[in-house]
Design a protein around this ligand. Structure first.
Ligand code: NAD
Ligand code: IPM
Ligand code: MN
Length: 358
């Protein structure tokens, strides 16, 4: 029996609804596979903030560092400033554990109509830089309450940061169509982007057999909706990758499906797995959130922890369920969050009994 300790941070809003369902699915998938997930559930988030004045306790990073992975729902609450929720929890975790890769696969499901005309087949992996760029901590607000009020933020790109994300993207592209699109904005306005282009091109050149296309982010957004089939692996800065991942997930049909892995590839620190979506206050409390993004993120976590077969089984199970139309309202269905979870667990059992011929 292999045991993995997992820090569970359901967080806020629909994070609290999709997390228990994903945990049940992962427990069902690992139960007879010699793997035990030891869930270390933490009540950190906006309720914790209102009680204690911080999103997480002072020793939270230390507590999570002692676990093998972090499973996050979402953070964000209408009554708490996003500055507190994000700089108090999500961003410090990504940085403390140097989770510099944010890996975001997005693909079509048969039977789920794309939001795009012609219902194109979409299968894209976004490799998003996750700790620097436009999300740098250098910035703030000044002269508040005066006519000189201002806000500023310094984009910060380092050679080290660009090299390592490009290197990871090249690896992903090597295992797929060997075609890499780099999202850029190097037409002279944004000083950082010609540097991004140079370093990405150097890394790709060294790899030898990857075709690189640098595409301006505005044109790339149009291409993603006009001809998503022309895209396979996209490497992007923090902000561009953030926007593109919701765009492509929305094109597939719902951002409720899309997963995300915040990776520290060398494994010096725990990696964190979460859906792409946020806490969705507009639907929170109704039990109708799509749990697939959280479940898929859980499958990515099991793959990362060395259990590709279990990950494959979970992905096959939720794919079958979604493709049968057993889905939540965001995908046009009538099922609740819990009902989708139950359907995935039933499908896992059915696949097991088919595999064993029982
Ligand atoms: P959101 O992703 O929470 O929601 C955007 C839209 O998509 C909403 O209409 C929502 O109902 C829908 N949606 C999202 N997930 C869904 C799901 N699983 N099933 C069905 N529908 C779903 O984005 P937002 O509304 O812009 O942000 C809400 C809060 O979440 C903000 O405070 C934001 O900062 C935060 N946020 C957190 C994370 C995170 O924790 N990683 C990510 C994104 C946004
Ligand atoms: C995401 C989210 C976060 C991001 C926000 C909430 C800071 O949108 O994980 O995609 O931009 O990284
Ligand atoms: Mn986002």
């Amino acid at each position: 029996m292999t045991t993995h300790t997992i820090s569970v941070l359901a967080g806020d809003g629909i994070g609290l609804e999709v997390m228990p369902v994903a945990i049940e699915v992962l427990d069902a998938a690992t139960r007879d596979a010699g793997v035990r997930l030891d869930w270390r559930v933490q009540d950190w988030g906006s309720d914790y903030y209102r009680a204690h004045g911080t999103m997480m306790p002072a020793d939270a990073i230390e507590t999570m560092a002692a676990t093998d992975a972090i499973f996050l729902g979402a953070v964000g609450h209408p009554d708490v400033s996003d500055v507190e929720t994000l700089w108090g929890m999500l961003i410090p975790i990504r940085r403390a554990f140097d989770q510099y890769v944010n890996l975001r696969p997005v693909r079509s499901f048969a039977g789920v109509r794309s939001s795009l005309a012609g219902d194109p087949e979409i299968d894209v992996v976004i490799v998003r830089e996750n700790v620097e760029g436009e999300y740098s901590a250098v910035g703030g607000r000044s002269y508040q309450g005066t006519p000189h009020e201002a806000a500023y933020q310094q984009s910060l790109f380092t050679r080290h940061g660009i090299e390592r994300i490009a290197t990871y993207a090249v690896e992903v592209a090597s295992g797929r169509r060997k075609h890499l699109v780099s999202a850029t904005k190097s037409n002279g306005i944004i000083h950082t982007m010609p540097f991004w282009d140079e370093v990405v091109a150097e890394v790709v050149d060294r790899a030898g057999d990857i075709e690189l296309e640098s595409v301006l982010i505005d044109a790339l957004a149009a291409r993603a909706v006009r001809s998503p089939q022309s895209l396979d692996v996209i490497v992007a800065s923090n902000l561009f990758g953030d926007i593109l991942s919701d765009l492509v997930a929305g094109a597939v049909g719902s951002i409720g499906i899309a997963p995300s892995a915040n990776l520290n590839p060398a494994g010096e620190h725990p990696s964190m797995f979460e859906p792409v979506h946020g806490s969705a206050p507009d639907i929170a409390g109704r039990g109708i959130a799509n749990p697939v993004g959280q479940i898929w993120a859980g499958a990515m976590m099991l793959r990362h922890l060395g259990h590709p077969q279990i990950a494959d089984q979970i992905e096959a199970a939720f794919t079958a369920v979604v493709e049968r139309g057993e889905v939540t309202p965001d995908l046009g269905g009538t099922l609740s969050t819990r009902e989708v979870g139950a359907a995935v667990i039933a499908e896992l059992a059915a696949q097991r009994s088919r595999a064993t011929g029982a």
